[in-house]
Ligand binder design. Structure first.
Ligand code: HMG
Ligand code: MG
Length: 287
Protein backbone atom coordinates (compact mmCIF):
# COMPACT_ATOMS: atom_id res chain seq x y z
CA UNK A 1 0.00 0.00 0.00
CA UNK A 2 1.23 3.50 -0.84
CA UNK A 3 2.56 5.65 1.98
CA UNK A 4 -0.09 8.19 3.08
CA UNK A 5 0.79 11.88 3.13
CA UNK A 6 -1.73 14.31 4.55
CA UNK A 7 -2.32 17.74 3.09
CA UNK A 8 -3.64 20.07 5.78
CA UNK A 9 -5.78 22.59 3.91
CA UNK A 10 -5.14 26.16 5.11
CA UNK A 11 -6.60 28.13 2.18
CA UNK A 12 -9.68 29.47 3.97
CA UNK A 13 -7.42 30.87 6.70
CA UNK A 14 -3.83 31.48 5.57
CA UNK A 15 -4.96 32.09 2.02
CA UNK A 16 -7.97 34.31 2.52
CA UNK A 17 -6.43 36.30 5.38
CA UNK A 18 -4.05 37.82 2.82
CA UNK A 19 -6.51 38.60 0.09
CA UNK A 20 -6.93 42.36 -0.33
CA UNK A 21 -10.59 42.50 -1.36
CA UNK A 22 -13.56 41.98 0.90
CA UNK A 23 -14.81 38.42 0.62
CA UNK A 24 -18.36 37.58 1.64
CA UNK A 25 -18.86 35.06 4.43
CA UNK A 26 -21.19 33.15 2.08
CA UNK A 27 -18.35 32.73 -0.43
CA UNK A 28 -15.98 31.54 2.31
CA UNK A 29 -18.58 29.03 3.46
CA UNK A 30 -19.09 27.79 -0.12
CA UNK A 31 -15.33 27.27 -0.47
CA UNK A 32 -15.07 25.36 2.82
CA UNK A 33 -18.08 23.22 1.89
CA UNK A 34 -16.44 22.33 -1.40
CA UNK A 35 -13.17 21.50 0.40
CA UNK A 36 -15.10 19.33 2.85
CA UNK A 37 -16.03 17.08 -0.06
CA UNK A 38 -12.40 16.69 -1.20
CA UNK A 39 -11.29 14.22 1.48
CA UNK A 40 -9.23 16.39 3.85
CA UNK A 41 -8.97 15.30 7.47
CA UNK A 42 -8.26 18.83 8.69
CA UNK A 43 -9.19 22.22 7.26
CA UNK A 44 -8.19 25.52 8.84
CA UNK A 45 -11.20 27.75 8.37
CA UNK A 46 -11.02 30.50 10.97
CA UNK A 47 -8.79 32.84 12.94
CA UNK A 48 -9.87 34.52 16.16
CA UNK A 49 -7.40 37.38 16.05
CA UNK A 50 -7.91 41.12 16.31
CA UNK A 51 -9.98 42.34 13.33
CA UNK A 52 -7.86 45.48 13.41
CA UNK A 53 -4.83 43.35 12.63
CA UNK A 54 -6.44 40.99 10.12
CA UNK A 55 -9.77 42.38 8.89
CA UNK A 56 -10.31 39.50 6.46
CA UNK A 57 -10.82 37.01 9.31
CA UNK A 58 -13.49 39.07 11.08
CA UNK A 59 -16.32 36.75 10.01
CA UNK A 60 -14.69 33.60 11.42
CA UNK A 61 -17.51 32.73 13.85
CA UNK A 62 -20.07 33.07 11.05
CA UNK A 63 -17.99 30.83 8.82
CA UNK A 64 -17.87 28.11 11.48
CA UNK A 65 -21.59 28.51 12.08
CA UNK A 66 -22.48 28.35 8.38
CA UNK A 67 -20.43 25.44 7.06
CA UNK A 68 -21.81 21.96 6.52
CA UNK A 69 -19.53 19.76 8.58
CA UNK A 70 -18.36 16.58 6.93
CA UNK A 71 -18.01 13.61 9.26
CA UNK A 72 -14.44 12.97 10.38
CA UNK A 73 -13.14 16.40 9.32
CA UNK A 74 -11.56 18.63 11.97
CA UNK A 75 -12.27 22.34 11.45
CA UNK A 76 -9.39 24.35 12.90
CA UNK A 77 -8.90 27.93 14.07
CA UNK A 78 -5.98 30.15 15.03
CA UNK A 79 -6.09 31.46 18.59
CA UNK A 80 -3.47 34.04 19.63
CA UNK A 81 -4.67 34.46 23.22
CA UNK A 82 -7.35 33.43 25.73
CA UNK A 83 -9.93 35.69 24.15
CA UNK A 84 -9.35 34.04 20.79
CA UNK A 85 -9.55 30.61 22.39
CA UNK A 86 -12.85 31.37 24.10
CA UNK A 87 -14.30 32.79 20.89
CA UNK A 88 -13.10 29.72 18.96
CA UNK A 89 -14.75 27.39 21.46
CA UNK A 90 -17.99 29.35 21.38
CA UNK A 91 -17.95 29.18 17.58
CA UNK A 92 -17.42 25.40 17.59
CA UNK A 93 -13.84 24.99 16.36
CA UNK A 94 -12.71 21.36 16.63
CA UNK A 95 -9.08 22.23 17.24
CA UNK A 96 -7.02 25.34 17.75
CA UNK A 97 -3.55 26.54 16.81
CA UNK A 98 -1.13 28.77 18.64
CA UNK A 99 1.41 30.54 16.47
CA UNK A 100 4.90 31.64 17.45
CA UNK A 101 7.89 32.82 15.47
CA UNK A 102 11.50 31.66 15.43
CA UNK A 103 12.57 35.28 14.85
CA UNK A 104 12.00 38.27 17.10
CA UNK A 105 11.31 40.72 14.28
CA UNK A 106 8.38 38.78 12.87
CA UNK A 107 7.03 37.96 16.34
CA UNK A 108 6.83 41.65 17.14
CA UNK A 109 5.33 42.58 13.77
CA UNK A 110 2.78 39.77 13.70
CA UNK A 111 1.55 39.49 17.27
CA UNK A 112 3.08 42.51 18.99
CA UNK A 113 5.07 40.39 21.43
CA UNK A 114 8.59 39.08 21.87
CA UNK A 115 8.96 35.32 21.43
CA UNK A 116 9.13 34.89 25.22
CA UNK A 117 6.02 37.02 25.77
CA UNK A 118 4.14 35.11 23.09
CA UNK A 119 4.99 31.77 24.68
CA UNK A 120 3.73 33.09 28.02
CA UNK A 121 0.51 34.12 26.32
CA UNK A 122 0.09 30.72 24.65
CA UNK A 123 0.62 28.66 27.81
CA UNK A 124 -2.86 29.33 29.29
CA UNK A 125 -4.44 28.72 25.86
CA UNK A 126 -2.76 25.32 25.67
CA UNK A 127 -3.76 24.53 29.26
CA UNK A 128 -7.39 25.50 28.71
CA UNK A 129 -7.52 23.52 25.48
CA UNK A 130 -6.13 20.41 27.15
CA UNK A 131 -8.60 20.77 30.00
CA UNK A 132 -11.40 20.94 27.43
CA UNK A 133 -10.00 18.01 25.42
CA UNK A 134 -9.34 20.21 22.40
CA UNK A 135 -6.25 19.38 20.30
CA UNK A 136 -3.69 22.18 19.97
CA UNK A 137 -1.46 22.55 16.94
CA UNK A 138 1.60 24.79 17.01
CA UNK A 139 3.06 26.95 14.27
CA UNK A 140 6.58 28.28 14.10
CA UNK A 141 7.01 31.04 11.54
CA UNK A 142 10.22 32.15 9.84
CA UNK A 143 11.97 28.80 10.15
CA UNK A 144 14.52 29.86 7.57
CA UNK A 145 14.17 33.56 6.76
CA UNK A 146 12.60 36.51 8.52
CA UNK A 147 11.52 39.62 6.58
CA UNK A 148 12.93 41.80 9.40
CA UNK A 149 15.87 39.84 10.86
CA UNK A 150 17.17 37.97 7.80
CA UNK A 151 18.38 34.36 7.98
CA UNK A 152 17.22 32.39 11.03
CA UNK A 153 19.50 29.80 12.64
CA UNK A 154 18.16 26.23 13.07
CA UNK A 155 18.91 26.49 16.82
CA UNK A 156 16.34 29.31 17.09
CA UNK A 157 13.74 27.10 15.43
CA UNK A 158 14.58 24.21 17.77
CA UNK A 159 14.10 26.48 20.78
CA UNK A 160 10.56 27.49 19.82
CA UNK A 161 9.55 24.04 18.52
CA UNK A 162 10.65 22.54 21.83
CA UNK A 163 8.68 25.11 23.82
CA UNK A 164 5.51 24.41 21.84
CA UNK A 165 6.03 20.67 22.19
CA UNK A 166 6.39 21.07 25.96
CA UNK A 167 3.08 22.94 25.99
CA UNK A 168 1.49 19.83 24.52
CA UNK A 169 1.05 20.73 20.86
CA UNK A 170 0.27 17.45 19.10
CA UNK A 171 1.93 18.67 15.89
CA UNK A 172 4.15 21.59 15.03
CA UNK A 173 4.00 23.19 11.62
CA UNK A 174 7.25 24.71 10.38
CA UNK A 175 6.57 27.83 8.35
CA UNK A 176 8.63 29.31 5.56
CA UNK A 177 6.44 32.34 6.03
CA UNK A 178 7.85 34.49 3.23
CA UNK A 179 8.69 31.67 0.85
CA UNK A 180 12.37 32.47 0.58
CA UNK A 181 13.81 29.25 1.98
CA UNK A 182 16.06 27.19 -0.24
CA UNK A 183 15.92 23.38 -0.10
CA UNK A 184 19.45 23.45 1.36
CA UNK A 185 18.38 25.65 4.27
CA UNK A 186 15.22 23.57 4.90
CA UNK A 187 17.41 20.46 4.91
CA UNK A 188 19.80 21.97 7.47
CA UNK A 189 16.94 23.25 9.65
CA UNK A 190 15.11 19.90 9.65
CA UNK A 191 18.29 17.99 10.47
CA UNK A 192 18.43 19.94 13.75
CA UNK A 193 14.70 20.09 14.56
CA UNK A 194 14.26 16.33 14.17
CA UNK A 195 16.79 15.78 16.94
CA UNK A 196 14.33 17.56 19.28
CA UNK A 197 10.92 16.48 17.96
CA UNK A 198 10.19 13.39 15.83
CA UNK A 199 9.17 13.85 12.19
CA UNK A 200 5.76 12.30 12.97
CA UNK A 201 4.93 15.40 15.05
CA UNK A 202 6.08 17.93 12.45
CA UNK A 203 4.42 19.46 9.40
CA UNK A 204 5.88 21.52 6.56
CA UNK A 205 4.26 24.88 5.77
CA UNK A 206 5.81 26.37 2.67
CA UNK A 207 4.86 29.56 0.91
CA UNK A 208 5.72 29.58 -2.77
CA UNK A 209 7.03 33.11 -3.28
CA UNK A 210 10.28 31.88 -4.84
CA UNK A 211 8.81 28.83 -6.53
CA UNK A 212 10.80 26.47 -4.27
CA UNK A 213 7.93 25.15 -2.13
CA UNK A 214 7.55 21.81 -3.91
CA UNK A 215 11.30 21.18 -3.68
CA UNK A 216 11.07 22.00 0.02
CA UNK A 217 8.21 19.50 0.41
CA UNK A 218 10.43 16.86 -1.18
CA UNK A 219 13.32 17.65 1.16
CA UNK A 220 10.94 17.38 4.13
CA UNK A 221 9.60 14.05 2.82
CA UNK A 222 13.19 12.84 2.87
CA UNK A 223 13.36 13.72 6.56
CA UNK A 224 10.21 11.68 7.20
CA UNK A 225 7.60 14.44 7.40
CA UNK A 226 4.18 13.26 6.22
CA UNK A 227 1.98 16.33 6.75
CA UNK A 228 2.09 19.46 4.57
CA UNK A 229 0.02 22.62 4.79
CA UNK A 230 -1.21 24.00 1.49
CA UNK A 231 -3.86 26.37 0.17
CA UNK A 232 -6.18 25.47 -2.64
CA UNK A 233 -5.58 27.56 -5.75
CA UNK A 234 -2.39 28.92 -4.13
CA UNK A 235 -4.50 31.44 -2.22
CA UNK A 236 -2.68 34.12 -0.30
CA UNK A 237 0.23 36.40 -0.99
CA UNK A 238 0.99 39.95 -0.13
CA UNK A 239 -1.97 42.36 -0.10
CA UNK A 240 0.30 44.99 -1.65
CA UNK A 241 1.54 42.80 -4.49
CA UNK A 242 -1.45 41.48 -6.46
CA UNK A 243 -0.74 38.12 -8.01
CA UNK A 244 2.17 37.40 -5.65
CA UNK A 245 2.43 33.75 -4.71
CA UNK A 246 0.82 32.63 -1.46
CA UNK A 247 0.86 29.23 0.18
CA UNK A 248 1.93 26.44 -2.10
CA UNK A 249 -1.16 25.29 -4.01
CA UNK A 250 -2.87 22.19 -2.65
CA UNK A 251 -3.38 20.76 -6.12
CA UNK A 252 0.31 21.23 -6.96
CA UNK A 253 1.42 19.41 -3.80
CA UNK A 254 -1.19 16.73 -4.42
CA UNK A 255 0.00 16.10 -7.99
CA UNK A 256 3.63 15.96 -6.94
CA UNK A 257 2.88 13.54 -4.10
CA UNK A 258 0.89 11.29 -6.43
CA UNK A 259 3.72 11.39 -8.99
CA UNK A 260 6.10 10.32 -6.23
CA UNK A 261 3.82 7.36 -5.42
CA UNK A 262 2.15 8.69 -2.25
CA UNK A 263 -1.52 8.37 -1.35
CA UNK A 264 -3.28 11.62 -0.34
CA UNK A 265 -6.89 10.43 -0.04
CA UNK A 266 -8.00 13.52 -1.97
CA UNK A 267 -10.45 13.72 -4.85
CA UNK A 268 -8.66 15.59 -7.66
CA UNK A 269 -11.88 16.64 -9.40
CA UNK A 270 -13.22 18.28 -6.25
CA UNK A 271 -9.83 19.92 -5.71
CA UNK A 272 -9.96 21.37 -9.21
CA UNK A 273 -13.42 22.77 -8.50
CA UNK A 274 -12.28 24.29 -5.20
CA UNK A 275 -9.19 25.75 -6.88
CA UNK A 276 -11.44 27.45 -9.46
CA UNK A 277 -13.59 28.89 -6.68
CA UNK A 278 -10.46 30.12 -4.91
CA UNK A 279 -9.14 31.75 -8.07
CA UNK A 280 -12.43 33.59 -8.51
CA UNK A 281 -12.15 34.90 -4.96
CA UNK A 282 -8.62 36.23 -5.51
CA UNK A 283 -8.30 39.96 -5.62
CA UNK A 284 -11.83 40.32 -4.32
CA UNK A 285 -13.39 39.68 -7.72
CA UNK A 286 -16.14 37.29 -6.76
CA UNK A 287 -18.32 36.29 -9.65
P1 HMG B 1 -2.26 43.92 20.59
O1 HMG B 1 -2.68 45.16 19.88
O2 HMG B 1 -0.85 43.81 21.00
O3 HMG B 1 -3.05 43.56 21.92
O4 HMG B 1 -2.69 42.68 19.71
P2 HMG B 1 -4.26 44.08 22.68
O5 HMG B 1 -4.51 43.04 23.69
O6 HMG B 1 -4.00 45.48 23.11
O7 HMG B 1 -5.49 44.08 21.66
C1 HMG B 1 -5.69 45.06 20.66
C2 HMG B 1 -7.14 45.07 20.26
O8 HMG B 1 -7.48 43.80 19.74
C3 HMG B 1 -8.09 45.31 21.43
O9 HMG B 1 -9.22 45.96 20.91
C4 HMG B 1 -8.47 43.92 21.85
O10 HMG B 1 -9.71 43.86 22.49
C5 HMG B 1 -8.51 43.21 20.54
P3 HMG B 1 -9.48 47.53 21.19
O11 HMG B 1 -9.50 47.68 22.67
O12 HMG B 1 -8.32 48.24 20.54
O13 HMG B 1 -10.78 47.79 20.50
N1 HMG B 1 -8.24 41.77 20.64
C6 HMG B 1 -8.94 40.84 19.98
N2 HMG B 1 -10.01 40.93 19.16
C7 HMG B 1 -10.50 39.78 18.66
N3 HMG B 1 -9.96 38.57 18.96
C8 HMG B 1 -8.91 38.44 19.76
C9 HMG B 1 -8.35 39.62 20.31
N4 HMG B 1 -7.33 39.85 21.16
C10 HMG B 1 -7.27 41.16 21.33
N5 HMG B 1 -8.39 37.25 20.02
C11 HMG B 1 -2.93 40.41 19.03
C12 HMG B 1 -2.24 41.38 19.98
C13 HMG B 1 -2.25 39.06 19.17
C14 HMG B 1 -4.41 40.32 19.40
C15 HMG B 1 -2.77 40.98 17.60
O14 HMG B 1 -1.44 41.25 17.38
C16 HMG B 1 -3.28 40.04 16.56
O15 HMG B 1 -4.48 39.79 16.48
N6 HMG B 1 -2.37 39.49 15.74
C17 HMG B 1 -2.74 38.47 14.78
C18 HMG B 1 -1.91 38.57 13.56
C19 HMG B 1 -2.29 37.46 12.62
O16 HMG B 1 -3.37 36.90 12.69
N7 HMG B 1 -1.38 37.15 11.69
C20 HMG B 1 -1.61 36.13 10.71
C21 HMG B 1 -1.61 34.75 11.28
S1 HMG B 1 0.02 34.09 11.53
C22 HMG B 1 0.47 33.46 10.02
O17 HMG B 1 -0.21 33.66 9.06
C23 HMG B 1 1.68 32.56 9.92
C24 HMG B 1 1.31 31.10 9.71
O18 HMG B 1 0.54 30.94 8.53
C25 HMG B 1 2.56 30.23 9.61
C26 HMG B 1 3.59 30.79 8.62
O19 HMG B 1 3.30 30.98 7.46
O20 HMG B 1 4.70 31.03 9.10
C27 HMG B 1 0.48 30.59 10.88
MG1 MG C 1 1.48 30.83 6.49
Amino acid sequence: MADYVEIFEVGPRDGLQNEPGEIDVADKIALVDCLSRAGFRRIEVASFVSPKWVPQMAGSAEVLAGITRAPGVSYAALTPNMRGFEDAMAAGADEVAIFASASEGFSKANINATIAESLERFAPVAEAAHAAGVPVRGYVSCVSECPYDGPVAPSEVVRVVTALREMGCYEISLGDTIGRATPERIDAMLAEVIKAVPAAQLAGHFHDTSGRAVENVEVALGHGLRVFDAAVGGLGGCPYAPGAAGNVATETVHDRLVALGYETGLDREVLTKAARMAQTMRGGAIA
